[in-house]
Design a protein around this ligand. Sequence first.
Ligand SMILES: O=P(O)(O)OC[C@H]1O[C@](O)(COP(=O)(O)O)[C@@H](O)[C@@H]1O
Length: 264
Amino acid sequence: MIPIDDSPIVRDGKSLILAMDHGLEHGPVDFEEVPQKLDPSTVFETATHDAVTAMAVQKGIAEGYYPSYEDDVNLLLKVNGTSNLWMGEYDSAVNCSVDYAAEIGADAVGFTLYGGSNHEVEMAEEFRNVQEDAREHDLPVVMWSYPRGQGLKNDTKPEVISYATRLGLELGADIAKVKYPGSPDAMEHACKAAGDMKVVMSGGSKTSDYEFLSTVEAAVQAGAKGLAVGRNVWQREDPTRILDALEKVIYEEEPAEDALEATE
Ligand SMILES: O=P(O)(O)OC[C@H]1O[C@](O)(COP(=O)(O)O)[C@@H](O)[C@@H]1O
């Protein structure tokens, strides 16, 4: 097994994952204000920025677009996903094997686990297969660790997020991506609950430059090892500018304000 810090999806111990699986998870609605981004090439282009350590996409997008970017972008292939059309209890269909992900050039695989869902047991069993197959291919595993389900909808309570990071460690993820639990103390606890596994913060819906960057700063100061972000980058008019600032906040641990000022 290759140490996670030697993986191409990690730079100086940290990661900045640019996610674009929203067309499946949310539907075309996320592209309404940026219709040009319906073309995945535009986001692959953004992912060539030095700050980005991997681009997370679903199989169909990888097959169609990754061949043109394989020299400049590291591929994190998401091997499960659900559409917003699904109205049942939280679940996520495994739609790609790890073997196939490796065949099309993945540098890592991603898996969503809805801890607390009525489908948690099956999802954990599916994760076991993905994790063990990924070990065979020396591919790191990134868990989208999102506790959700009946009675636990979109929960970002501190105790839920620290349980989410701990699930990642217990089940053998290399990186767990979680929502920000609302305060630096809660984030610090969630990172401690993860032991030596890396925790990255999830981006969320688009906010102002300062609000977004200062939350990233708080998360990194609290021990997060980076960010997995979609809308807060590619829904912006100038994704390069926010990536320039993120590079400073994540890898150089500069304050958000200074990082923003430097991009003006
Ligand atoms: O399930 P949610 O919270 O609606 O968001 C899921 C989306 O968020 C991500 O995890 C990160 O993207 P964002 O930064 O745009 O929130 C995507 O990979 C995924 O499509």
